[in-house]
Design a protein around this ligand. Structure first.
Ligand SMILES: [Fe+2]
Ligand SMILES: [Fe+2]
Length: 192
């Protein structure tokens, strides 16, 4: 069977979630003037985080489907409302509501996905939850690929954790070392 390219009625539940997220962006009534990031960037970012989540999930043996879903929805509050304030906790509530409405996910799956969304901004926390850590790392790596300065507005205490994750996940995926980020991390760790 040829790939469906998201047409037709035969989409998997992960694909239905991804389609729903894209449709939230396409249907957004929040103008860019009231957004902290544009609809276009959110579309690029959610797609990018899904792809990186797929790579990390394979590498770490994390459930691929849950990784795709959590990645697709990790910034769902920003996608729907436009702002980053408390967006992780607020996004988890939106995600829970949607996942329950589909009737296709059990309680344990919804708990795992929403935990990953709710905790994804806590880059300074290193938990034992594989899905939670995967979403944080995929988020950091995707953002870092848009330019080295993307996180520079964050306070140093937080920033070092973003850079630490980027350095580690690049190494894990066998990517070349990024001198600029490693030097920045070294300087930030020196200020401890
Ligand atoms: Fe976020
Ligand atoms: Fe994000």
């Amino acid at each position: 069977m040829p790939y469906h390219h998201f047409t037709g009625d035969n989409l998997s539940r992960s694909e239905k979630v991804q389609l729903w997220v894209v449709n939230r962006l396409l249907a957004s009534q929040v103008p860019d003037g009231r957004r902290e990031s544009s609809v276009q960037w959110e579309l690029k970012h959610s797609s990018g985080v899904i792809q990186i989540a797929r790579l990390i999930a394979q590498k770490r043996g994390v459930d691929l489907e849950l990784a795709e879903i959590a990645a697709a929805m990790h910034d769902i509050h920003v996608i729907m409302e436009g702002g980053y304030t408390e967006h992780a906790a607020r996004g988890a509530i939106i995600a829970r509501r949607f996942l329950e409405e589909t009737g296709q996910f059990d309680k344990s799956e919804i708990r795992k996905i929403t935990a990953a969304i709710k905790n994804h901004s806590n880059k300074h926390e290193y938990s034992k939850d594989g899905l939670v850590e995967l979403v944080k790392d995929a988020d950091c790596l995707d953002c870092s690929l848009y330019g080295d300065g993307i996180y520079e507005d964050k306070p140093p205490e937080q920033l070092k954790h973003y850079y630490r994750r980027i350095v580690r996940v690049r190494e894990e995926l066998g990517l070349p070392r990024k001198k600029q980020i490693e030097e920045r991390l070294k300087a930030l760790e020196g200020t401890r």
